[in-house]
Design a protein around this ligand. Structure first.
Ligand SMILES: [Fe+2]
Length: 314
């Protein structure tokens, strides 16, 4: 093959890849399902819909319709780990898309893309300076918070609360976004309620310093978003970056953290409007079926060998 022809093939392949990532995979929404053995022995299963990183703009009709359809799952609990907005006028689109789900019990924390609009950044920063942050104009997170809380969802930002869901006692705590360094874990510090069926931590960014604190306090499960699963991944390699200090292997899905805690990271549903592409990392919501941990090995930090979560997608 001549150099000219090789160059043409390379450019053509690159263009096809960019087209696929920005036009097809970015909109190939998928529901991932996973079973996680994190409840106290004897607890009945709990179905949790984990949503994250909607990055909504008012005109994203396909994403909005897909979100509305998730209501058919009738989850026991919805957990939203932030980054809902990508436009100052997107609050109505988020609220309407989640309208039916807002009737279910819900918990949320906010992320950087609830507080500040995205800005155009040097794309090389994605690889070379993943911690690089520049903030856009303030977003109407107060309006979104009011809409969520009016419907009964709990803002878990720096809050500890014991709630009853589907007959189970859940002890939950959350922090403000560690990516913006707004986390003040000391405000919620203390041993998790070991008498609960589930002890649950919520954070937008799965920063290890926060995960370590939740684990030290005895939480069984932490839900987070922010990573977008790496967003641009390589086949057989996975995420290149997590946009935080979390290791690549945990960029999305379930993993074990320390001796007893499980972490679930959502790959998220949207992207920044300035990086509108996904590759080998479909936009997702996750239906988590939480089940009782095996007797003698699964709850309140007593486990020796922990059952692995199982995963499927459809
Ligand atoms: Fe995000």
């Amino acid at each position: 093959m001549s150099v000219k022809k090789a160059a043409a093939v390379t450019v053509g392949s690159l263009a096809a890849g960019i087209g696929y990532a920005s036009l097809i995979e970015r909109n190939a929404f998928v529901l991932r399902e996973a079973t996680m053995p994190v409840l106290a022995p004897g607890s009945s299963p709990l179905r949790v819909l984990h949503l994250s990183d909607l990055h909504m703009r008012p005109n994203q009709r396909r994403k909005q319709a897909w979100l509305r359809d998730l209501a058919r799952l009738e989850p026991d609990l919805v957990v939203n780990t932030g980054d809902n907005l990508a436009h100052p006028k997107a609050v109505p689109a988020v609220v309407q898309s989640l309208s039916e789900l807002l009737s279910a019990p819900g918990l949320f924390v906010f992320g950087s893309n609830d507080y500040f609009a995205p800005r155009l950044k040097n794309p090389l920063n994605y690889i070379t300076k993943p911690d690089h942050r520049t903030h856009g104009q303030p977003l109407p997170w107060q309006d979104l918070r009011a809409a969520f809380t009016e419907r009964g969802w709990l803002d878990m930002t720096h809050l500890r609360r014991d709630i009853e869901v589907a007959g189970l006692h859940i002890s939950v705590a959350g922090v403000d976004d560690p990516h913006l360094k707004r986390d003040r874990y000391d405000t919620i510090a203390g041993s998790a309620n070991a008498a609960a069926n589930l002890t649950l931590g919520i954070t937008h960014s799965p920063e290890p310093r926060v995960l370590d604190r939740f684990a030290a306090d005895g939480y069984q499960l932490v839900l987070a978003g922010h990573t977008h699963g790496g967003q641009l991944c390589l086949p057989f390699y996975g995420a290149l970056v997590t946009n935080c200090d979390l290791d690549r292997s945990r960029a999305k899905g379930a993993s074990k953290w320390g001796s007893h805690m499980q972490l679930h990271v959502s790959a998220g549903i949207g992207t920044s409007p300035y990086a509108p592409a996904r590759f080998c990392c479909r936009p997702e919501a996750t239906l988590l079926t939480l089940v009782a941990a095996p007797t003698g090995g699964g709850h309140a930090g007593t486990r020796a060998g922990q059952s692995s979560p199982s995963v499927s997608a459809r």
